[in-house]
Design a protein around this ligand. Structure first.
Ligand SMILES: Cc1ncc(COP(=O)(O)O)c(C=O)c1O
Length: 425
C-alpha cells in the first residue's frame, strides 16, 4: 500500500524530481521479500525510467537504461563542458570524479585508492588480462562460459605472447561451491599464472562461488580476475566480501549509470604490479589513477555515476535484488508449468540472479526469439550452442526494475501461444 503522501504521485507528469522525492518519502520496507511484491512502490520506481512501452524489452542484461535523473545529469554536464571545454572539463569536471570514486568505494566496502573509473567492463578486464607479464607456455585458466570478448583477449595473448588458454567446463546449472572449486583445482597446473572467472555467467544468470575460487587462487599463488559485469549492483554484496584482488564491472548494466561507464577494483598492494592498458608515467606506478590515462573523454558519463548511485541507494541493494528475483520467478515458474519447458538456470536461492534462460523441448528457440519480436514486439536474446553443445541454448530473459508484472504475463501468454501453435499464428 502506498502511504497517503504518495497517492497519485506515480504518474505525475512533473517527472524525475518528483519520483525521487516519492522514493525518499517511502517508508523503509521491513523485509525485502515483502518489498518485492509492493506494486505501488515499483510503479513509482518504473516512472523514473523512460522505456519504449510500445515494445517489451527483456534484454536489460545487455545494457540497462538509466533513470531520467541520470540521463538529465549527463546532458547537464555535457552542456556545461561545451561552454569552455578545456577549462570546464579539466579544471572543474575531472577533479569532481574523485567524489564518484570515493562513493563507489564506500558503497562496496573498499578503499577510495582502489577504484579506477573506466568506460566499461571490457576496459577493466582487458587491463587485467593484458596487464600481467607472462612467458610463452604460461596458462590462463577460465571457463567456457566466460564472456566472448574476454576470451578473445586471451586468444590474442595466445597469438601474440604464446600463452595458453585453458577453458574448463562446469555442470550448469551448478549449486555446489565444492564442485566449482574442484573443477578449478583439477585444471591448475604448474604453468597456471592467471584465473578469470565470472561472478554471474552472462548466458544463464548462474552465480558462481567467486570467494571460494579467489581463496583457491590465493592458496596456490595465482591471481584471480573476477568479471563482475552482471553481478555489481544486482546481487547484494560488497567487493570486500569476496576478498579478491581484481574486479571489473560495467556500471551501465545494473547500476543504471550512463552508457560507457565502468569500474576496476585493484587491491592497493597489487596496483604497482599491474600494467595499465594505456601508458602512464613511472611516478604513477602505484596510483590507481594510472588506469584512467585514456586521453580526452567526456567527464559527463563519469560524474553522472553519482546520480545513479543516489538512485541505487534509494532502491536499496536488498530490495532491488528481491524484486529482480521476484520478476524472474513470475515468468519462470509460470512457464515451468509446461512440461516441455526447461530452465537453464537454478531457482535455488543464492545461485542465480534476476537473469535466467529457458528452452522448450522440440521447439526451435532461435525461431521463437524472432517470432516473439516480429509478432509481439517482445525483445529477448537467443543464446546459441557453445561449440556444438546445446547445454545453454535457449532464450535469455532479463527484466529490470521498471518491468511490471503485467509485462511478464504478456510475455508468458505469447510464449505459451508459440509453444501451442509451433509459432504458426
Ligand atoms: C560477463 C560479461 N563480461 C563483460 C562484458 C562486457 O561488458 P561491456 O560491453 O560493457 O564492456 C559483458 C557484457 O555483456 C558481460 O556480460
Amino acid at each position: 500500500m502506498a502511504p497517503p503522501a504518495l497517492a497519485g504521485l506515480a504518474l505525475d507528469p512533473r517527472g524525475v524530481a518528483h519520483v525521487l522525492e516519492a522514493l525518499a518519502a517511502y517508508p523503509a520496507h521491513a523485509n525485502p521479500n515483502e518489498a518485492a511484491r509492493d506494486e505501488d512502490f515499483w510503479l513509482t520506481v518504473s516512472q523514473a525510467f523512460t522505456p519504449d512501452r510500445s515494445m517489451l524489452n527483456l534484454n536489460n542484461g545487455g545494457v540497462c537504461p538509466s533513470p531520467r535523473v541520470v540521463q538529465e545529469a549527463v546532458k547537464r554536464y555535457l552542456d556545461h563542458a561545451n561552454t569552455a571545454p578545456a577549462y570546464v572539463l579539466w579544471q572543474l569536471q575531472d577533479p569532481q570524479k574523485e567524489t564518484v570514486r570515493s562513493e563507489l568505494a564506500r558503497g562496496w566496502g573498499v578503499d577510495t585508492e582502489e577504484i579506477a573509473i573506466t568506460r566499461n567492463a571490457s576496459e577493466s578486464l582487458e587491463t587485467c588480462l593484458f596487464g600481467f607479464d607472462l612467458e610463452p607456455g604460461d596458462e590462463i585458466l577460465t571457463t567456457r562460459y566466460d564472456y566472448p570478448r574476454m576470451l578473445t583477449t586471451i586468444e590474442q595473448r595466445e597469438r601474440r605472447d604464446g600463452v595458453k588458454m585453458v577453458k574448463l567446463d562446469l555442470p550448469l546449472p551448478v549449486t555446489s561451491a565444492a564442485t566449482v572449486v574442484e573443477r578449478f583445482e583439477r585444471a591448475i597446473t604448474p604453468r597456471t599464472k592467471l584465473i578469470l572467472i565470472s561472478h554471474v555467467i552472462f548466458l544463464t544468470g548462474q552465480v558462481l562461488p567467486v570467494a571460494e575460487v579467489v581463496a583457491l587462487g590465493r592458496r596456490r599463488g595465482i591471481p584471480v580476475i573476477v568479471d563482475g559485469a552482471h553481478a555489481f549492483a544486482h546481487l547484494d554484496f560488497r567487493i570486500s566480501d569476496l576478498d579478491c584482488d581484481y574486479y571489473g564491472v560495467s556500471l551501465h548494466k545494473w547500476l543504471f549509470a550512463p552508457h560507457g561507464s565502468g569500474l576496476l577494483y585493484v587491491r592497493r598492494d597489487k596496483i604497482a604490479g599491474l600494467w595499465p592498458l594505456m601508458a602512464a608515467g613511472a611516478q604513477q606506478s602505484a596510483d590507481i589513477r594510472k588506469f584512467e590515462e585514456i586521453g580526452t573523454h567526456p567527464a559527463a558519463n563519469f560524474l553522472a555515476i553519482a546520480d545513479a548511485l543516489a538512485f541505487h541507494r534509494g532502491l536499496g541493494g536488498a530490495r532491488k535484488l528481491a524484486r529482480m528475483l521476484y520478476l524472474r520467478d513470475r515468468w519462470a515458474k509460470r512457464l515451468l508449468q509446461n512440461p516441455r519447458v526447461r530452465l537453464r538456470t537454478s531457482l535455488e536461492p543464492g545461485w542465480a540472479s534476476g537473469v535466467a534462460n529457458f528452452s522448450v523441448d522440440g521447439l526451435d528457440m532461435a525461431k521463437l526469439q524472432a517470432w516473439l519480436w516480429t509478432k509481439h514486439r517482445i525483445f529477448t536474446v537467443y543464446i546459441g550452442k557453445l561449440d556444438g553443445d546445446d547445454s545453454v541454448e535457449g532464450l535469455r530473459i532479463s527484466p529490470c526494475v521498471y518491468t511490471l508484472p503485467a509485462d511478464l504475463d504478456r510475455f508468458c501468454d505469447a510464449v505459451e501461444v508459440g509453444i501451442r501453435t509451433n509459432m504458426a499464428t
